[in-house]
Design a protein around this ligand. Structure first.
Ligand SMILES: Cc1cc2nc3c(=O)[nH]c(=O)nc-3n(C[C@H](O)[C@H](O)[C@H](O)COP(=O)(O)O)c2cc1C
Length: 372
C-alpha cells in the first residue's frame, strides 16, 4: 500500500464512521479568494458599463438547482439586456420541465433588480419566454432612478444552509415578515405538525427514490466538483463545502475521491443517512406556492423566494430547499393528493434558526463567462 492509498483508506474509514473531526483539514474559502466583479475583463467588445458588470455580478450570486447557474446575458445596449437560460445548464433528468431552471432565473432577476436599485437604476423586467424551454427569458431595461438603501451585503452573504438548524419554532413576527416579502402564497408547517411530519417523510422518501435513479445520479455527478482544482476551473456545481462536508471528511473528499464514486453505493447511502438526519432538524417547513404554472408564474415565484432568502440571514433563519418531492413522479402524486388544486408548491424549504451563520462558500462563474 503506498502513501496515497494509506491516507485514502485511513481517511475513508473516518469518513464512513462519520467521525466528527472538527476543523481538521478545513479548506480555505475559495469563494473569498476569487469573489468580486471581473470588471477588469471589460473591453470584450460589449457595451457594458462598469456599473453593468457590477449589477450582473450581484445577480450571479443567485441560487440555482445543483448550482448550475443556468443564466446567460446578451447586451443589446448599455441599458437594455436580454437575460436567457442556457440549455447546457439545464437539468433534464431531475427538472425535465425546466421548472427549477426558471425559478433560478427568477432569483437571478430579483438580485439584478435589487442591485440595480442600490446603484440608482430602475430595472424593468419584461418576460419574453412563452414556453418553459425558450432560451430568451426576459428583457431588462435600466433607467436612472433614485438609489435605494439596499445593503448589497444581503446579496453577498445569502447562502443555502443545511446543517445546524435549531428546533426552536419560528416566531410569528418572522413568519409575517417573510409573508410580506413573498407577497402571499407562503405556508409554514412546524416539524411537530402533521403536515410538517408528512413533508419530512416525503422529502426523505423521494430523495431515496432519486438516489436509486442512475440517470439522476449521473447528472448530479456531472455537476459535482470535488477537487479545488475543478471547483476553480468550472466555478459552478456542488463542491464539498457547498454540500457541507466539513473537517477531515471534506479534506478527504477534495483530495482523494473521484467524481465517479458519487454514483457509488457508499456515497449514496451516506447521503441518504445525512438527509434522514436533516429532515428531522430545524423548526419546520416553508412552502412557496404560485397561482399558476406559466413561465411568468415561475419567474415570479423565483423572485419571491429570493426576496425572502435575501432577508433570512438578518432574521438568523437558515433556508434549505429540498426539491426531490417536487421532482419525482411519486412525490408529485403525493402532492396532488395532499394539496388543493389551486395551490401549486414551487419551493419546499427546511427552515430553522441557527446559532452561527457561516459565510457563503459556493462558487460563481464570473460575468465575462456568461455574457454572450
Ligand atoms: C430551484 C432550486 C432548487 C434547489 N434544490 C435543492 C435541493 O433539492 N437540495 C439542496 O441541498 N439544495 C437545493 N438548492 C440549493 C442550491 O443547491 C444552491 O442554491 C446552490 O448550490 C448555490 O449555493 P448557495 O445557495 O449557497 O449560493 C436549490 C436551489 C434552487 C434555486
Amino acid at each position: 500500500m503506498n502513501r496515497r492509498e494509506f491516507i485514502r483508506q485511513g481517511a475513508a474509514v473516518s469518513l464512513l464512521m462519520g467521525t466528527g473531526l472538527g476543523n481538521l483539514g478545513c479548506s480555505r474559502n475559495l469563494r473569498d479568494e476569487i469573489a468580486g466583479p471581473d470588471i477588469g475583463a471589460a473591453g470584450k467588445g460589449t457595451a457594458l458599463a462598469p456599473w453593468g458588470w457590477e449589477i450582473l455580478y450581484y445577480a450571479s450570486l443567485a441560487p440555482s438547482g445543483h448550482n448550475s447557474q443556468p443564466w446567460f446575458v446578451r447586451i443589446e445596449s448599455e441599458d437594455v439586456w436580454v437575460v436567457g437560460s442556457d440549455p447546457r445548464r439545464w437539468l433534464p433528468e431531475v427538472d425535465p420541465d425546466n421548472r427549477e431552471a426558471l425559478l433560478s432565473m427568477g432569483a437571478f432577476l430579483e438580485n439584478l433588480v435589487q442591485a440595480a436599485s442600490a446603484n440608482g437604476f430602475e430595472a424593468e423586467v419584461e418576460v419574453l419566454a412563452k414556453k418553459r424551454h425558450d432560451q430568451d427569458v426576459a428583457r431588462v431595461r435600466l433607467s436612472q432612478g433614485k438609489a435605494k438603501e439596499i445593503p448589497l451585503s444581503r446579496i453577498t452573504t445569502r447562502r443555502t444552509l443545511k446543517t445546524g438548524l435549531l428546533s426552536r419554532e419560528l416566531l410569528a413576527a418572522d413568519i409575517r415578515r417573510m409573508e410580506a416579502l413573498t407577497g402571499g402564497g407562503l405556508y409554514y408547517f412546524p416539524n411537530a405538525s402533521e403536515h410538517g411530519q408528512w413533508m419530512a417523510e416525503a422529502a426523505l422518501e423521494n430523495f431515496r427514490i432519486q438516489f436509486e435513479n442512475e440517470a439522476a445520479m449521473s447528472e448530479a455527478a456531472a455537476w459535482t466538483r470535488l477537487s479545488d482544482r475543478d471547483a476553480v476551473k468550472f466555478r459552478d456545481g456542488l463542491t464539498p463545502d457547498g454540500m457541507e462536508i466539513h473537517g477531515l471528511a471534506g479534506w478527504w473528499v477534495r483530495h482523494f475521491m473521484d467524481v465517479d464514486e458519487v454514483r457509488g453505493k457508499t456515497w449514496r447511502s451516506k447521503a441518504i443517512d445525512k438527509v434522514a438526519g436533516q429532515v428531522r432538524e430545524g423548526a419546520g417547513w416553508l412552502v412557496i406556492t404560485s397561482p399558476g404554472k406559466d413561465v411568468a408564474d415561475l419567474i415570479e415565484a423565483g423572485r419571491r423566494f429570493q426576496r425572502m432568502a435575501l432577508m433570512a440571514r438578518e432574521m438568523n433563519i437558515a433556508l434549505h430547499p429540498m426539491t426531490q418531492t417536487l421532482e419525482e413522479p411519486h412525490g408529485k402524486g403525493q402532492i396532488r393528493e395532499n394539496h388543493e388544486p389551486g395551490m401549486i408548491p414551487q419551493f419546499m424549504l427546511r427552515a430553522g434558526y441557527v446559532d452561527d451563520y457561516p459565510d457563503p462558500v459556493s462558487l460563481r462563474r464570473p460575468v465575462s463567462w456568461f455574457l454572450i
